[in-house]
Each structure stands twice: as C-alpha cells, then as structure tokens.
Design a protein around this ligand. Structure first.
Ligand code: CP
Ligand code: NVA
Length: 309
C-alpha cells in the first residue's frame, strides 16, 4: 500500500475546509474516549501498523508528549529522536535523512530552527511530513488553539484575536488561521519585532498591526501572547525592555470583551509576557489548550495519512 502523501507544514497545506474537518474529528474523538486511561488506544485504533518518527532539533515538552500519546491512542507506534544523536546532527543532509526514513517509517514530525528543512524533507521524502515548530510557524499549536476556542463556546468566524508582544512563529500561524477561517487578528508588536513581512503578505486577509496594546485588546474575544525570547534567540535585555508595554496584565484584559479567553502556547514566563494574575486567572484556558495539542494532532495525523477527508 502506498502511504498517502499529505504534508502539514503550514495551515494552508490543509486549507479551511480540511481544518474544519480535523477540528470536528478532534471534538468527536475526544468525546468518544472520555474517561479512558490515557494510555488506552481508541476503539478503532486507526493507525495500527503505522510508525511516526519525531525528530527534535529543539527542546519540547508538549509537542513531544502529545505526538507520542497521539500515536499510542491511535494504535500506532511513536519513535522519538533527538537530532543531536542522529547523523543529521553531524551534518548528514536532510534530503538523505528523508529518503532513509521514508523506507523505514510511515511519517515524520520535525521540530527545527529552519523552515526550509521541513520543506526539503517533504520534497525529498515519500511519506507525510508534519511541522512540529519551525522559526517560521507552529501550525499544530494553532490547531489546538482553535479547538480550545471552539470548545469554550466561540464560533471562529468574526472573532477578534489580539496578539501582544513578539511577532514570532506562533503569531504567523494565527495570522494564517485568521485568513483561512475568517476571524480577525490584530497584533500589537514593538518596532523591530513585527511578524515576517513576506509571510504576512501571503496571509493578510484579516490581519492588522498596531504599536498600541490597548487598541489590540479593545473588544477582543481572544487575547494571546508567547515568550519574548523564542528558542534559538539570544537573551537580549533591549528586547525585553521593548516588550514590557506589551505584557498581558489584568488592566489590558479588562479592555477585551468580558468573556474573552486568554491563550498561551507555553512555556510561559510569568512576570514577562504575562502576569501570574492573568495566566493563572479565570479567563485563562491554558491547560485545556495544552491538552488539546493531543486531540488536535490525532486528527492532523489521520488527515496526513489519508484517513480523514
Ligand atoms: N507549545 C509547545 O510547542 O510546547 P513545547 O515546546 O513544550 O513542545
Ligand atoms: N515562539 C516559541 C514557541 C515555543 C512553543 C519558540 O519558538 O520558542
């Protein structure tokens, strides 16, 4: 049997209809296994006989554990590898790695610094490739965010999402989601830390940028932020100082809609991008968001393997 060749490098690889399909499937699967021990496979075990290799060039807690458990719950086999202990870490080309893995496993999830590496892996391998975070984007995270927002009773079209802080990989995928699914995204970023102009130009249907954090949160349905220093970036006092006015505080949250949700992909830095009062407060849904990495990714895996849609 030929393994279907669907990659999940960015949300646009799937498009709005397939994203909606995956989110609905995630809701159904999550409900169907409620109450089961976490290590018990889903009744249909749809990935029985399939193995996913996960390669990490950067640290991870959520992505690593959620993909591992996703494969187990779907009846498949996870294989976790640190790039540093692979020949990849000694300079073996990503294209050669892709060809070898394509002969031995059924799919690959790659977390890497350089988005070009997931693209090369997809172009040179012959199995589905999933982006587990690159410098450019973090589509799996945003699938979990979308699932969380829906679960908390909000229909996506027409919502206002406010992003505060660094114009990074997570923001890029939110911008892309807004453009595909019809919600607006307003980001407040300090000068010099805006999202990538080329990426924005491709997905700017519902996106606006401001310098003013109060404008961004005004009447927002969703308030979201992320670390000010992403993995691979040098710790820079100048950047932290520039970001300080964009810290998500209770005062800023009060300008959003009264039922606004606070999201954060984690890991978080209380007292930097968000106060403890907000992230540990009643509007924060971060633990649902983290759990939903597992549920959303099960449906991403099924879509990539051609078993959904
Ligand atoms: N949010 C997220 O991707 O977390 P990890 O870095 O722990 O995988
Ligand atoms: N922007 C962060 C996200 C971590 C999940 C990073 O790239 O480090």
């Amino acid at each position: 049997m030929t393994t279907p060749h669907r990659h999940f490098l960015n949300l646009s690889d799937a498009g709005g209809d397939a994203i909606a399909l995956m989110l609905n499937d995630a809701i159904d699967r999550k409900a169907a296994r409620r109450g089961l021990p976490k290590g018990t496979p889903d009744a249909d075990a749809p990935l029985a006989g399939r193995t996913l290799a996960m390669i990490f060039e950067k640290n991870s807690t959520r992505t690593r554990v959620s993909f591992d458990m996703a494969m187990r719950q779907l009846g498949g086999t996870p294989m976790v590898m640190d790039a540093g202990s692979m020949q990849l870490g000694r300079g073996e080309p990503i294209s050669d790695t892709a060809q070898v893995l394509s002969r031995m496993v059924d799919g690959v999830m790659l977390r890497t610094d350089d988005h070009a590496k997931v693209v090369t892996m997809a172009e040179t391998g012959s199995i589905p490739i999933i982006n587990g975070l690159t410098d450019l984007s973090h589509p799996c995270q945003i699938m979990a965010d979308l699932l969380t927002v829906i679960e908390h009773g909000k229909a996506l079209p027409g919502l206002k999402w406010a992003w505060l802080g660094d114009g990074n990989n997570v923001l890029h995928s939110i911008i892309e989601a807004g453009s595909l699914l019809g919600f607006s995204v307003q980001a407040a970023c300090p000068k010099g830390y805006e999202p990538d102009a080329d990426f924005v130009a491709q997905h700017d249907a519902n996106f606006t940028l401001t310098r003013d954090p109060w404008e961004a949160v005004k009447d927002a349905d969703i308030v979201v932020t992320d670390t000010w220093i992403s993995m691979g970036q040098a710790h820079a006092e100048a950047k932290l100082a520039a970001m300080m006015p964009y810290q998500v505080t209770s005062a800023l949250m009060a300008k959003a809609k009264p039922d606004a949700l606070f999201l954060h992909c984690l890991p978080a830095h209380r007292g930097e991008e968000v106060t403890a009062e907000v992230i540990d407060g009643p509007q924060s849904v971060i633990w649902d968001e983290a759990e939903n990495r597992l549920h959303a990714q099960k449906s991403i895996l099924l879509w990539c393997f051609g078993l959904l849609g």
